[in-house]
Design a protein around this ligand. Structure first.
Ligand code: NAP
Length: 356
C-alpha cells in the first residue's frame, strides 16, 4: 500500500518511454513517486552513468523494467520520508541497485528506494565522489569475494587496472592481502596502477599478456580478471595456476566469437571460468559490499576520475559513455556523474576533456 503524497505534484527526471537509443532519453516532469510500505523516499543529490545503464536503456542487457523508466542505478541523497526504516529525515544515504529488476531508477529529484537497498553515507564523504564509485566498487567486492572466492596470499591478475572496476579490484584485493599483477595501456596508466598498490604492472600496449605473466607468475595466477571487454577466455585459462579461476565480467558490447577453450586443460587442472553480473547479486551480498565501501569511503574516498554534468544532460552523458564503450573518441573523462536538484539544469562547471 503506497503512502500518500500531494496530489498532482511532479519531479524532474531523466527517463525513457521505451527501451531504445540514447536519443530517446527525455529530461522532464514525471508524477511524484509514491513509496510502498517497505520503501524510503530519497531526495537525490547525485546519480552516476555506468555502462550498464546504457545496456539497460537500449535493451542489450535484458531485465524487467517499469515504463517510463527513470534511468540509472546509483544515487546519493537525503532521506525525505523514512517510512518504517527508522532513519531520520535528512540522513545522507546511498543506493546502487535501482533501475533494473523491476525497480525504478535513480535519475530523478525524488526516488523510492527499498529499505534493504539503502545504506548510510559516512560523515564527511563528498556525494559526487561517492556516487562515482558505488557500482564499480560493489562489482569488485562481489566479483572477488563471492564469485572468484579470492583468498589472502593468492595472486590476482587484473587487465584494465586503471579503469573504474580495475581500480576498485586492485584496492579490494590489497585489502584482502592478495598479490596483484595489473595490466594497463601506457606508462601513465601502469604508474597509476602501481600507486594504487599493484605489486607488478604490465604495459599491455607493449606486451602479450599471457607471455608477460610468465615472469611474475611462473606457476600461473589464481584469479584472472579482464575488465577491458576485449579479453579472450582461452588465453586467460592458459595463464591460470592449478585451481585457478577466470572471472568473466565484461565484453557484452564486444564482437562475439574468436574464443576457444581447452576443456581438457580446464578439468585436469581443476580450473573454472566464472561468469558474473552484479545485477544478480542478492541484497545480502550487496549489503556486504556496502559495508566494505563504507569502511573505505572515508579513508581514501575510493576516488575515481569524474566529470560532473547537470541531470538535464543525461542524454549527452549516455551518448558519451556509449562512445567510450565502443572505443571511440569521447568528450568526458572518467565516470560521468549527474547533478540532481536545484542545480540540475545549470551548465557543467568543469569543461569536458577529450579522451580516446
Ligand atoms: N559484470 C558486471 O557485473 C559488471 C559490473 C560493472 C562493470 N562491468 C563491465 O566492466 C567493464 C569495465 O567497466 P569500467 O567501468 O571499469 O570501464 P572503464 O573505467 O572505462 O575501464 C575500461 C578499461 O578497459 C581498458 N580498455 C578499453 N578498451 C581497450 C582496448 N581496446 N584494449 C585494451 N584495453 C582497453 C581501458 O583502458 P584505457 O584507459 O587505456 O582506455 C580501461 O582500463 C565494462 O565492460 C563494464 O560494462 C561489468
Amino acid at each position: 500500500m503506497g503512502r500518500s503524497t500531494k496530489e498532482g505534484t511532479t519531479i524532474r527526471a531523466a527517463y525513457v518511454e521505451q527501451r531504445g537509443p540514447a536519443s530517446s532519453i527525455r529530461y522532464g516532469e514525471l508524477p511524484d513517486p509514491v513509496p510502498a510500505s517497505d520503501e524510503v523516499l530519497v531526495r537525490v543529490t547525485a546519480t552516476a552513468v555506468n555502462r550498464v545503464d546504457t545496456f539497460v536503456r537500449s535493451g542489450a542487457y535484458h531485465t524487467p523494467i517499469p515504463l517510463p523508466l527513470v534511468l540509472g542505478r546509483d544515487l546519493v541523497g537525503e532521506v525525505a520520508d523514512p517510512g518504517a526504516s527508522g532513519l531520520a529525515p535528512g540522513t545522507r544515504v546511498w543506493s546502487n541497485s535501482l533501475g533494473y529488476g523491476g525497480r525504478q531508477g535513480a535519475s530523478a529529484e525524488l526516488v523510492c528506494v527499498p529499505a534493504d537497498r539503502l545504506y548510510r553515507l559516512p560523515d564527511g564523504v563528498d556525494p559526487f565522489d561517492a556516487v562515482a564509485v558505488l557500482h564499480p566498487a560493489a562489482t569488485a567486492y562481489t566479483g572477488l569475494v563471492h564469485h572468484a572466492r579470492m583468498r589472502s596470499l593468492e595472486t590476482l591478475f587484473v587487465a584494465g587496472g586503471n579503469g573504474a572496476v580495475g581500480t576498485c579490484l586492485i584496492r579490494m584485493a590489497k585489502d584482502l592481502g592478495v598479490r596483484v599483477i595489473a595490466a594497463a595501456r601506457g606508462p601513465r596508466n601502469t604508474e597509476y596502477c602501481a600507486r594504487l598498490g599493484a605489486d607488478e604492472v604490465i604495459d599491455s600496449a607493449a606486451a602479450d599478456l599471457v607471455t608477460a605473466l610468465r615472469g611474475p607468475a611462473p606457476r600461473g595466477v589464481d584469479v584472472y580478471c579482464d575488465t577491458t571487454g576485449r579479453g579472450n577466455v582461452g588465453s586467460a585459462v592458459d595463464a591460470l595456476a592449478d585451481r585457478g579461476r577466470v572471472l568473466v565480467m565484461a565484453g557484452l558490447a564486444s564482437a562475439p566469437g574468436g574464443d576457444s577453450l581447452d576443456v581438457g586443460r580446464l578439468y585436469i587442472h581443476d580450473q573454472s571460468v566464472v561468469g558474473f553480473a552484479i545485477s544478480l547479486a542478492t541484497t545480502t551480498e550487496l549489503a556486504e559490499a556496502a559495508a566494505w565501501i563504507n569502511r573505505r569511503l572515508p579513508r581514501d574516498g575510493l576516488r575515481l576520475d569524474t566529470t560532473i554534468l547537470p541531470l538535464a544532460q543525461a542524454r549527452e552523458a549516455h551518448e558519451d559513455t556509449e562512445a567510450a564503450t565502443r572505443g571511440e573518441a569521447h568528450r568526458y573523462r572518467g565516470r560521468v556523474v549527474l547533478r540532481v536538484g536545484p542545480s540540475a539544469e545549470e551548465p557543467a562547471d568543469q569543461p569536458g576533456v577529450s579522451c580516446t
